[in-house]
Design a protein around this ligand. Structure first.
Ligand code: NI
Length: 309
């Protein structure tokens, strides 16, 4: 089969059409070859009983190709260019594409956002997406009620959704049953939005004790970098805090309910993403081959030592 019609000027649609044509050709060629071999076998026994249906398929195929050609949908003159491929060429006529996955050698860290979703979260999601960054959102039930579409977007973009609480009451001021009821309420709100939250909880104010940990079946995620964004509400101060403290395995605490926090993220990500790979909390732990256990609390991940080979 002559291949001169494949050149870089063809658009994608045309390439798809060519692929289709090639597939038809293969089927037609196969039936053609089968007919010939069965015909010659019959000939040897002097009893030619030709099955014309296979040839009819070829004729029908060619008729369709001519129709296409008349509509100028094919970049070739079908009469001149199409030849039935030889059998040995059939196998090689489809080219396989292989995907190359490059190793990401940047330092993994986790951005986490508490107390949302809020009115700035949607903008934050676009910034994260533009920088190819995934984060973890520890949401409040009240925020989920008010910004359901935003938390759904966060989830659909591949961010991790985890629980902060319903009302932001300190866990230490509630009974175990009350804490469980709050968490269940938020999980149900998320499930109604077809969101499956992860099994991570960040207690409001980071306030937790061994009794709470022992009696609730979650992993409790605290933080190793406190940006103090809620306090300073100052973009430059937030960025400075992160630049001073960020390291391999950091869990960075921020709050997506503040506009200055979103401003800081917008400014810092293009620079930091050269060196750091921002992943969800679950991914941060799995990249370091560390299991997140229930009834445990974590400030950061135990960084996996890389063995030089
Ligand atoms: Ni909070």
């Amino acid at each position: 089969m002559k291949m001169q019609y494949i050149n870089s000027n063809f658009n994608y649609n045309k390439k798809l059409k060519i692929k289709k044509v090639r597939r038809y050709l293969m089927i037609a060629a196969l039936t053609f070859t089968m007919s010939l071999s069965s015909a010659s076998a019959e000939e040897n026994s002097k009893e030619i009983n030709f099955d014309s249906s296979s040839f009819n398929n070829v004729i029908e195929f060619k008729r369709q190709m001519l129709d296409l050609n008349e509509k100028e949908e094919l970049p070739i003159n079908i009469e001149d260019e199409i030849e039935v491929p030889k059998e040995e060429n059939l196998v090689t006529s489809e080219i396989e594409e292989t995907e190359v996955i490059e190793e990401d050698n940047r330092i993994p860290v986790a951005l986490t956002f508490d107390d949302g979703p809020g009115k700035y979260t949607d903008r934050l999601l676009d910034i994260l997406k533009d920088n190819d960054v995934k984060a973890t959102f520890f949401v409040l039930g009240t925020g989920v009620e008010n910004y359901g579409d935003v938390v759904k977007k966060a989830y659909d973009n591949g961010n991790e959704i985890a629980i902060h609480g319903y009302s932001h009451t300190s866990f230490k001021k509630m009974t175990i049953e009350e804490i469980q009821t709050e968490i269940d309420t938020v999980v149900n709100l998320l499930n109604d939005l077809e969101i499956t939250p992860s099994n991570l909880v960040r207690p409001p104010y980071g306030s937790i004790n061994s009794n709470i940990k022992e009696n609730l079946n979650y992993s409790f995620i605290l933080w190793s970098v406190d940006t103090l964004d809620w306090k300073t509400k100052d973009k430059d101060a937030i960025i400075k805090e992160i630049n001073n403290s960020i390291e391999n395995g950091s869990i960075i605490l921020m709050h997506d309910i503040h506009e200055t926090t979103v401003d800081a993220v917008e400014e810092m990500l293009p620079e930091l993403t050269d060196e750091y790979r921002f992943v969800t909390v679950n991914e941060l732990f799995s990249l370091n081959e560390q299991e997140l256990e229930e009834h445990e609390s974590y400030h950061k991940v135990k960084v996996l030592e890389k063995v030089e080979e």
